[in-house]
Design a protein around this ligand. Structure first.
Ligand code: FHN
Length: 498
């Protein structure tokens, strides 16, 4: 009986968390309305940013997400009973599987938060070895616990036995490794008595929510003032009606944040227009600097992105961003899975951000250590196809993913053809002509020949790259194709007569 209730609770939780947070269809192209809709509180600026800070974001390729807070003490369970919630949502665990007085227990966990193994420099060094170019840290998740000594609440790291400023240590350590730091900030704050989900109606409710908005603004400016090296905010928990209703205030807040921190990068999850449209306004224009909805999912086609910048954030377990003690109960992604998702992202002009959930003592999960090493070993050999690379305007390859730089095309091969012939399909109109091919990892040059198959009405030509039969690889491998500006000289065959 208990097992069945547990399953029902888990399913119900999953439905609630998906429906409440889904702002847009992320399963296909974004529809644009036929008629223009008047929008006063839409994007502050339309079109892709061209400044150096945004170009740097565009070139990261690989990032690290870290979800860390008092939920790490629980690790997704309590007294051996697995919680049906995502690990960082464990506070909301209720029903007869929940421990007695659970929320009271949870709300006192901060009194034992004393991560004796926490070493920001070790985390930063691991991220560097993995090949991450930016890191997103949860300064405050939905439970309201702050990893920095905020002066606007008494629910912070300063009130724990550990006391020291986690955010400062991380920013200093990661920046020293050349890794940019972004601050995750949850608008949802279960610890703040003025936080609410529904839109305030009575005068009293409005006064209370205005206090909450002021508190939120104060914390955001406190974070920018305390940590001027931060590059941007990764906002979350912005799906409540109360926040959606405050669109004039959030519009002004975005202006003020950007004015206070030139170059600040904010994704599409921060706010909505006056019609309640989130991520994209009522005319389909992106709200913020990049699409921030690709959470545990990837676009199936490049065209769905309309050329926008974007990031994909991904867990190693199926779900659960905070520390999960026991991974044995589900599938956890392999380095092969993660390299596939990374190259899928970069091939479509996005960044791939892998999540780590350290335990209550500040140690990464052993599974995370293993994957960071495997991913880092691959990046050391193949990172050139990731960093600063972007979408190649070619038909998707059957062998893997194309990424592109000036004068270089990269093909990350996952599906090696049985005949060892990698066939590139290049439009006759291309102005970048393949010149030479090699294996990126060891610079071995590969035979490549121009092939004009003569298919009637074909708008493409082909280049066949031969893989040596002796070349074996247990991992995905990258073929680098040097290109030069020029013209494809193809046969002009008489068209078929039918
Ligand atoms: O509710 C959060 C969740 O706990 C986690 O932080 C993810 C990661 O971005 N975001 C929300 C779920 O969509």
């Amino acid at each position: 009986m208990k097992k069945r209730i547990y399953k029902v609770t888990a399913i119900l939780f999953w439905i609630v968390s998906c429906t409440s947070s889904q702002a847009q269809s992320w399963e296909g192209p974004k529809e644009k309305p036929n008629d223009h809709i008047d929008v006063k509180f839409g994007p502050l600026n339309k079109g892709k940013r061209t400044d150096a800070d945004m170009q740097r974001f565009r070139e990261y390729g690989l990032g690290q997400f870290i979800h860390w807070g008092v939920y790490a003490i629980a690790g997704g369970e309590w007294n051996g009973v697995k919680a049906p919630t995502a690990s960082e949502w464990i506070r909301v665990w209720s029903g007869n599987t929940a421990p007695p007085n659970w929320q009271q227990t949870y709300d006192n966990l901060y009194k034992q938060f004393n991560p004796k193994n926490f070493d920001a420099k070790r985390w930063a060094s691991q991220a560097k070895q993995m090949g991450a170019r930016y890191m997103i840290i949860t300064t405050k998740h939905h439970d309201g616990f702050c990893l920095w000594p905020s002066k606007y609440t008494g629910y912070t790291i300063a009130q724990t036995p550990y006391k020291k400023d986690i955010v400062k240590q991380l920013i200093d350590a990661y920046t020293a490794e050349g890794i940019d730091v972004y601050l995750y900030f949850s608008i949802i704050d279960w610890n703040n008595k003025d936080y609410r989900t529904s839109a305030p109606k009575t005068e009293e409710e409005k006064e209370s929510y205005n206090r909450f908005l002021t508190f939120t603004r104060n914390q955001l400016f406190e974070l920018m003032d305390n940590y001027p090296k931060m590059k941007g905010f990764w906002f979350d928990g912005t799906w409540d009606k109360a926040w959606i209703n405050a669109y004039e205030w959030t519009y002004q807040l975005e202006k003020d944040l950007r004015n206070a921190h030139p170059g600040l990068i904010i994704g599409s999850r921060f706010r909505n227009d006056e019609h309640g449209k989130r991520h994209f306004d009522s005319n389909g224009d992106l709200l913020g600097d990049y699409e921030q909805g690709w959470e545990r999912k990837l676009p199936a086609q490049y065209e769905w992105l309309n050329g926008n910048d974007w990031d994909c954030v991904m867990t190693i377990p199926p779900n659960g961003w905070g520390y999960i003690k026991d991974w044995s109960r589900f599938y956890t992604k392999t380095s092969y899975d993660l390299i596939d998702m990374l190259m899928h992202s970069v091939s479509m002009g996005g960044n791939f951000v892998l999540n780590f959930g350290p335990d209550g003592n500040g140690k990464m999960h052993t599974g995370e250590d293993k994957l960071a090493k495997e991913l880092g070993d691959w990046m050391k050999l193949n990172g050139e196809a990731v960093y600063g690379a972007t979408h190649a305007a070619l038909a998707p390859s059957p062998y893997g993913y194309y990424t592109q730089k000036v004068n270089a095309l990269y093909l990350t091969v996952f599906n090696r053809p049985v005949n060892n012939q990698i066939r590139l399909k290049i439009p006759r109109s291309a102005t970048q002509v393949p010149e030479a091919a090699s294996l990126l990892a060891n610079k071995t040059s590969l035979k490549m020949k121009f092939v004009d198959i003569g298919i009637d009405l074909d708008k493409n030509v082909y280049f066949d790259i031969t893989l040596p039969a002796s070349f074996m690889s247990k991992d995905p491998f990258v073929i680098k194709i040097d290109t030069k500006t020029g013209k494809i000289n193809a046969l002009e065959l008489e068209k078929a007569h039918m």
